[in-house]
Ligand binder design. Sequence first.
Ligand SMILES: *[C@@H]1O[C@H](CO)[C@@H](O)[C@H](O)[C@H]1NC(C)=O
Ligand SMILES: *[C@@H]1O[C@H](CO)[C@@H](O)[C@H](O)[C@H]1NC(C)=O
Ligand SMILES: *[C@@H]1O[C@H](CO)[C@@H](O)[C@H](O)[C@H]1NC(C)=O
Ligand SMILES: *[C@@H]1O[C@H](CO)[C@@H](O)[C@H](O)[C@H]1NC(C)=O
Ligand SMILES: *[C@@H]1O[C@H](CO)[C@@H](O)[C@H](O)[C@H]1NC(C)=O
Ligand SMILES: *[C@@H]1O[C@H](CO)[C@@H](O)[C@H](O)[C@H]1NC(C)=O
Ligand SMILES: [Zn+2]
Length: 423
Amino acid sequence: MLIYKKAGIRGAWIRWFICTLLSLLHGVISETSRALDIMTKYPLIDGHNDLALRLRMHHNNKLSTFNMYNNPKVATDISRLIAGHVGGQVFAAYVLCTAQDKDAVRLTLEQIDVIRRMCTENPEMELVTTAEGMKNSTKIACLISIEGGHSIDSSLAALRMFYQLGVRSMALTHNCNTPWAESSSSYYTYYQQKNNSLTEFGKAVVNEMNRLGMLVDLSHSSWETARAVLKHSTAPVIFTHSAAYAICNNIRNVPDDQLLLLKENGGLIMVNFYSSFVACSNNTNMSVVADHFDHLKRVIGAESIGIGADFDGAIGFPKGLEDVSKYPALIEELISRNWTEEELAGVLRLNFLRVFRKVEKVRDDMLHILPSEAEISLSEVNKSCRTMLVHPGRPERSHQNGNAPLMPVKALICFILLLIQLQ
Ligand SMILES: *[C@@H]1O[C@H](CO)[C@@H](O)[C@H](O)[C@H]1NC(C)=O
Ligand SMILES: *[C@@H]1O[C@H](CO)[C@@H](O)[C@H](O)[C@H]1NC(C)=O
Ligand SMILES: *[C@@H]1O[C@H](CO)[C@@H](O)[C@H](O)[C@H]1NC(C)=O
Ligand SMILES: *[C@@H]1O[C@H](CO)[C@@H](O)[C@H](O)[C@H]1NC(C)=O
Ligand SMILES: *[C@@H]1O[C@H](CO)[C@@H](O)[C@H](O)[C@H]1NC(C)=O
Ligand SMILES: *[C@@H]1O[C@H](CO)[C@@H](O)[C@H](O)[C@H]1NC(C)=O
Ligand SMILES: [Zn+2]
C-alpha cells in the first residue's frame, strides 16, 4: 500500500514533468513548424548576397572549381538555400573601390557574367529580371544588383547597358565616394563632396534609374546622400542590407528620421544580419536581430521591412544565423514575438515584390521619356583615367600620355623592329 502510494506520488511528479516538457516542446515544435509553413507559402527573397565576391576571391570566377551544392567554405550554397526556404536572392556584382577609375567596368561585367552563369547552369536556380518573373519562380530566382556607383564610371550609357544585361538594382556607392554621390564610409577620401551629397549628375543617375526601372539602393550611401535621394527619386528606394541605427549606432544603419522619409517614399529596408551592424559587437545571437525588426515595425510598420542578410559579404554573424540555411530560426523568433503571418509574409517576400512592381510602374509611366544624354563634366572626374575624344579624323589623344605627336615616330620604330625580326 505504502509502496503503491509512493509510486503514485512519484508517478504524478513524472507525469507533471513529462507534461511540462511536452508543452514546452510543443511550443517550440509548433513555432518551428509554423515558421517552416509560412516560409513554404512565402519563400524568402533576400536583398543582398555576396557569393559572387567569394567566387572572384577564391576561384577567380571559375565555376568549374567550385562546388555549388555543398560548400562549407562559404555561407551560401544550393543545398543550404533550399534548407533556408530561399525562393529569391539578389546577388551583388561588387568590385573593389580600388578599381574606381581603373577597370571597374570590366570587373563588373565579369561579376555579372559569373552570376548569370551560376544562375543558368544550375537547374535549381533561375535568372529573373522582372517582379512577375520573381513572383512566378518555383526555383531560386536570381536578380542581379550592382554594389557601388563606381561600377558605371559616371556614364549613363554604361548604366543602361548594365540594365540590358539584367541588372535591376544599384547601390549608389560602396565604401568610396563617386564623383556624384557620397559614401557612408570615410575610408577613401577621394571625390569627397564639400556640400553637395548628390550632384546634378547624381540626380541624373537617379532619374535614369527611375526611367529604366532599376531599384535605387541606399545601403552604403551617406545619410546626406540618402536624404537627397529620398527627396529626389520618383520611385520607391530600398536599403538592401542595413539595420536600425537606434538599436546599433553604426553609420551603415538608418536613423529613425530617415526611416520616416523612407516610409513616405514607399520604400523598404532589408535588414542586415552582420554582427557589427546589428549588435555593434562581434559576439551576439539572433535575438538582437529580432530587436531590429521590432524597432523598425514600431517606427515604420512591418510593410516597410525585408531581409538582406549580407551573407558572404560580411564575416561574423550572430549565433544561430550563420548561413543561408538559418533564416527559419529568425522567423521562429519573430513568431514568438507575436509577429503575424501577414506581417511575416510581407517581410519574407511580398514587400519586396510590391516595391519592385512599383518601380516597374514608374518606368512604365516614363516610357515617353528618351534616354538621358546628361554627361558628367570633366572637371568633376579623374581625368588621368579617361581617353579624351577629339574631332573625327584626328587621332585620339589620351590625357594621360598626351603624346599624339609621337605616334608616327612610334609607328616607324615598330616597323623597323618588325623588319629586323623578319630577317
Ligand atoms: C507568370 O505567371 C502568370 C500566370 O501564371 C503568367 O500569365 C505570366 O506569363 C508569367 N510571367 C512570367 C514572367 O513568367
Ligand atoms: C550647403 O548648401 C545648402 C544649400 O544647397 C545651404 O543651405 C547650406 O547652408 C550649405 N551648408 C554649408 C555648410 O555650407
Ligand atoms: C570585431 O572583430 C574584429 C577582429 O576580429 C575587430 O577588428 C572589430 O573591431 C570587431 N568589431 C567590433 C564591433 O567589436
Ligand atoms: C541572446 O543574447 C541575449 C543577450 O544579448 C540573452 O539575453 C539571450 O538569452 C540570448 N539568447 C540565446 C538564445 O542565446
Ligand atoms: C504575445 O501575445 C501574448 C498573448 O496576447 C502575450 O501574452 C505575450 O506577452 C506577447 N508576447 C510578446 C513578446 O509581445
Ligand atoms: C586618378 O586615379 C588614379 C587611379 O586610381 C590615381 O592613381 C590617381 O591618383 C588619380 N588622380 C588624381 C588626380 O588623384
Ligand atoms: Zn555591402
